[in-house]
Design a protein around this ligand. Sequence first.
Ligand code: NAP
Length: 241
Amino acid sequence: MGKVVLVTGANKGIGFEVSRQLARAGFTVLLGARDGARGNEAASQLKSEGLDVRFVMADLRHAAECGATLARQIGEEFGQLDALVNNAGIVDQGDGLPSTVTAEAMRNIFETNFFGTVLLTQPLLPLLLAAASANIVNVSSGLGSLETNSDASGPFYHAKLLAYNASKAALNMFTVNLAYELRDTKTKVNSVSPGYVATDMTGHNGMLTVEQGAVEIVRMAQLPEDGPTGGFFSVEGIWPW
Ligand code: NAP
């Protein structure tokens, strides 16, 4: 049987391109989106390119319910999940410096970027463990790195979005803690920083194309059984925590 991957937040941006590249690599792609119309349209586009891509509902604001439904559906149809790309994420206009960030922005961002990701992953773990070898890729950000945030000589030193940066640091902790829990299994867990990518999230100001931003995520979703786990990577190599 072919390999199956679920990509969240896949109706546009980096997730859409990751879906395309993994489908081209031979995966059956479950294209997760929170909106049925947008998800179906994106899946139809990739299907029209001859790729095996199906829309599935994956709303991180209702992650536990969506995860349980997905686990049932994927279990019935495939019996396993070879890769999970936790890509969905948001920014919020109320984010900013510690003195001004709003409570609403902090709650919104953590709800999707951290709580949603953890709660969607939990019910899918038995299917990942049922695969011969599996990969979980958490799409983090260089802005989630404490070291990057502290590096006055770095290009992103002034990008102080407390809620977003903290949500990605929390996501990185999920990576490390889950990798520890799964250390004696064949499921690996890693964080990836895609770089500064031109998408709706960045107002298309990023320096990288979605094709470039997808590269490391796609590679980490296909790591062999003896690949690394519990790490933080970018296309340039290991990223500092
Ligand atoms: P994007 O174009 O804004 O895409 C974000 C995706 O997440 C969309 O499909 C969006 O769906 C989905 N999403 C948002 N809230 C969701 C929810 N509650 N449930 C399910 N899906 C939801 O952004 P992107 O640049 O591709 O970002 C993808 C990932 O890369 C994010 O985790 C982001 O933090 C990370 N990242 C991006 C950059 C960058 O430079 N672009 C840098 C570092 C990290 P809708 O269309 O329905 O809103």
